[in-house]
Ligand binder design. Structure first.
Ligand SMILES: Nc1nc2c(ncn2[C@@H]2O[C@H](COP(=O)(O)OP(=O)(O)OP(=O)(O)O)[C@@H](O)[C@H]2O)c(=O)[nH]1
Ligand SMILES: [Zn+2]
Length: 364
């Protein structure tokens, strides 16, 4: 029945629920389940009602966050921190959010669960991440997941149906393209691409009319509100964006993909949390880890999807990031040349650029 939402649509609905502070129900293959809510958006009444369900609630966090909290991660990539009976919402939020780690360290040791299944906790964390929230979820078991969801009107996700889709990217479709005269070239054209799962749109700016049979000068630019628009001195994004467009304008053609993966895929709120940690002395990579994220949560396969749908198969890529080149090659776009982009070094971003070179393999 096509009027019933499919699993991709249910996952999108679950992300929206978590962003609003509404719990979702996750159901394992045997029908048992959990109620899960994002730690960041959960309110006090809902925390209290989750506790009222009877079973032991936990906060599921990534092993990165667990490492910072010195909590044992028995489950490899995640840990289930037991919520003590006297802990309040502020305690739950402090497990999720590192802002006060230094000022008001958590009193340990944190107890973590060791036995039992973790499939559903993993889904809860993945949903919180893709909802651009802190990767932490309050999780409480319930006996019959489907019945609980139906009686409470909550979004219900079956593990077996969801698992194959969590690492997928949604197919992108071009919605519209129109002429966009720009300072660097009057022959600009902006294409808007929309995924099927209600996620972020991404853009392609085509300069001139590049020959599809030859390698095109291309840039995969990741959104950086602070650098691209505000003139932030903490990174080199703004000068890189304008430098890439200027070079395309000078050559007469090129294609710039503007991928809405703000903050290397963690979203602007989390990037600002990372900046707050950077002001406490952590570097850009350490800050991501303390928040519970990997160094880089972006998905560059989006870039090859868009290039292919525009008819390109090979590029001269403007980048200092070898991971982008490797990903292009792996996903069927030939990189015939790396064109270096060295612009915008400032006193504020020198340390950031050095960290990227030392820890993320960026070429200087
Ligand atoms: N999480 C996080 N993201 C950041 C930080 N500084 C910049 N960003 C984001 O990083 C992305 C840009 O990535 P960069 O690592 O500068 O460059 P790159 O795209 O990997 O490589 P180039 O092609 O050489 O520019 C943008 O999405 C920025 O918003 C930071 O300190 N923390
Ligand atoms: Zn930036």
């Amino acid at each position: 029945m096509s009027l019933i939402p499919d699993i991709t649509e249910l996952l999108a609905r679950a992300r929206a629920d978590l962003r609003m502070g509404v719990p979702v129900v996750l159901v394992d293959d045997g029908g048992g389940g959990v109620v899960a809510a994002a730690a960041e958006t959960l309110g006090p009444q809902r925390l209290s009602d989750l506790r009222g369900l009877g079973d032991q609630p936990v906060v599921a966090i990534t092993n990165r966050r667990a490492e910072t909290l010195k909590a044992r991660a028995y489950d490899g990539d995640l840990a289930r921190v037991v919520i003590p009976a006297d802990a309040d919402l502020a305690w739950v939020q402090a497990v999720a959010d590192p802002s006060d780690d230094l000022d008001a360290p958590m009193k340990g040791p944190l107890m973590t669960q060791r036995s039992g299944h973790t499939n559903l906790h993993r889904i809860a964390i993945a949903l919180a991440k893709t909802a651009r929230l802190l990767p932490a979820a309050v999780v409480v078991p319930v006996e019959d997941g489907h019945a609980f969801a139906a009686s409470h009107g909550l979004t219900c996700i079956d593990h077996a149906r969801a698992a194959p889709h969590l690492a997928d990217r949604s197919p992108l479709h071009e919605v519209v393209a129109a002429r966009l005269p720009m300072e660097v070239s009057e022959a600009g054209r902006l294409h808007v691409f929309r995924p099927e799962d209600g996620g972020e749109e991404h853009y392609a700016i085509e300069i001139g009319r590049p020959d599809r049979s030859k390698p095109v000068l291309a840039r995969l630019h990741s959104a950086c509100f602070t650098g691209d628009l505000m003139g932030s001195l903490k990174c080199d994004c703004g000068p890189q964006l304008r430098g890439a467009l200027a070079q395309m304008g000078a050559e007469g053609h090129g294609v710039l993909l503007y991928l809405n993966q703000e903050g290397r895929g963690i979203g602007l709120a989390n990037k600002m949390r990372a900046y707050f940690l950077q002001d406490q002395g952590f570097d850009t990579v350490e800050a991501n880890h303390r928040l519970g994220f990997e160094d880089d949560e972006r998905d560059f396969r989006l870039g090859s999807d868009i290039l292919k749908s525009l008819g390109f198969s090979s590029v001269r890529l403007l980048t200092n990031n070898p991971a982008k080149i490797a990903m292009m090659e792996r996903t069927g776009i030939a990189v015939t040349e790396r064109v270096p982009l060295k612009v915008g070094e400032t006193a504020h971003n020198r340390g950031y650029l050095a960290t990227k070179a030392a820890k993320s393999g960026h070429l200087l």
